[in-house]
Design a protein around this ligand. Structure first.
Ligand SMILES: [Zn+2]
Length: 439
């Protein structure tokens, strides 16, 4: 065994780990130790059996848990936070968002916006983003500077933008980004066709070919609104999910965001394929898209992740809000207070997210051999007490202000609620400068 002289031993009050029966739930354990050597976790288990190391980090009133995975976000859109509230998805996109993007989105917008978003996410305990936006090399540079991890979905959409003129150019840029980011730590690239209503069958065939050839995950929006389903039936005679099935795109590598208007037949197709669904409850409520049938999706055995979507339709990048909203919505939608228990929601926000991104070999849980992406959540302030069930507290009591420390691949990136990698004053200046340009 190699020397553990630089290893660190973390001893929290509670440690959150996956349920031992393999179900999509987490459990809380006490008297545990987590040992990290360099970038990776080397031991998770009983404190009494932990290997001896010199550096001890005691967290006596904290929960230590895996970093939260925000499985669906358009980070740079944080610069459009709150710019067009109280509008439904169709007019929100076509009148408020797309014209501004057409006029202003360039590498500087993406870099500055992503840096601002990364600060918000890291300080709130999000260590990995399932990112989907333009100029992904600029986003990757920002995520790298912040010390965060990201799966960057390269956009493909059948209309021209400043980023690319046509489908082939989008695909060329995706392949170029895949090559450019291959050796960059903590960055991975996937393919991100925008949605079935903006991508043709011909383009989907090309996407499928590249995904198969390069072994890339595919992430896209699916059945976010009722109109998307009605239009698809009128144009193609089938639902978008059925159309994707016919095109051979329903595979374990596919992750779909929203799935608000999935039918039982659509859910069965996704389950059969082993695809994942990212639930974005706040964005779905705010754009009045509807309530995703999460109880049915979970019962079908589909892997479920949570996402904030972009800050333009949320208006935060806060996974604590998503967890709380996911729980409340599932209960009110089913009339069943037992729907979606906290243990399951916490799984969605961690290992479910890692699985959806195809990254669960490396992240999503505290386990020996995985990267040390961890957060410490303080749980002893008077507004949090008393506490009878720590999992329930994490979903329904805690918020981003209780996240004190964040580590990504073993590196301490947030300490005492302050970023160690980014300068908040510079971010403030940059955000206000963009506000002047965009308003
Ligand atoms: Zn989205």
């Amino acid at each position: 065994m190699r020397s553990m002289s630089n290893a660190k031993r973390y001893t929290p009050r509670w440690c959150i780990v996956p349920a031992e029966d393999g179900s999509a739930r987490v459990i809380a354990k006490t008297e545990m130790a987590v040992v990290v050597d360099g970038t990776n976790i080397v031991y998770v288990g009983a404190l009494a059996d932990a290997p001896h190391v010199d550096v001890h980090i005691d967290l006596p009133m904290h929960v230590l848990m895996p970093g939260l995975v925000n499985a669906h976000v358009h980070s740079a859109m944080v610069l459009l936070r709150g710019i067009a509230d109280d509008a439904p998805l169709d007019s929100w996109l076509t009148q408020a968002i797309w014209p501004r993007e057409a006029a202003h989105v360039n590498p500087a917008f993406v870099y500055d916006g992503t840096l601002l978003a990364a600060h918000e996410m890291l300080c709130g305990g999000i260590t990995c983003a399932g990112e989907a936006y333009f100029y992904l090399e600029s986003a990757a540079t920002a995520f790298s500077k912040a010390g965060m991890r990201a799966m960057l979905a390269a956009p493909v959409i059948d209309f021209p933008t400043r980023y690319a003129a046509n489908t082939d150019e989008y695909l060329q840029k995706a392949l170029a980004a895949h090559d450019a980011l291959r050796e960059v730590p903590r960055m991975r690239v996937s393919l991100g066709p925008h949605a079935p209503y903006t991508v043709s069958d011909e383009s989907f065939a090309k996407i499928r070919m590249y995904a198969d050839e390069l072994g890339l995950p595919v992430q896209m929006h699916l059945q976010e609104t009722a109109r998307e389903v009605t239009d698809s039936k009128a144009q193609y005679g089938v639902t978008p999910t059925q159309r994707l099935a016919a095109l051979g795109l329903l595979t374990p590598a596919l992750t779909v965001a929203h799935g608000v208007h999935l039918s039982s037949a659509d859910i069965a197709l996704l389950a059969q394929a082993g695809a994942s669904v990212v639930h974005c409850p706040t964005s779905n409520m705010k754009l009045a898209s509807g309530i995703a049938p999460m109880a049915e999706i979970c019962a079908a055995g589909i892997n479920v992740a949570l996402g904030t979507d972009g800050a333009a339709s949320n208006n935060r990048l806060d996974m604590w809000q998503e967890m709380r909203h996911a729980g409340l919505l599932a209960k009110v939608a089913t009339g069943n207070a037992a729907a979606l228990p906290a243990a399951q929601i916490l799984h969605m926000a961690t290992l479910g997210g890692a699985r959806a991104l195809g990254w669960d070999d490396e992240i999503g849980s505290l386990a020996a051999g995985k990267a040390a992406d961890m957060i410490a959540v303080r749980i002893d302030s008077p507004d949090q007490l008393p506490m009878y069930d720590v999992l329930s507290h994490l979903v329904y009591v805690c918020d981003r202000s209780h996240v004190t420390d964040v580590w990504v691949a073993g590196a301490h990136v947030v300490a005492d609620q302050k970023s160690l990698t980014l300068n908040a004053d510079l971010l403030r200046q940059s955000a206000l400068a963009w506000q002047g340009i965009l308003q």
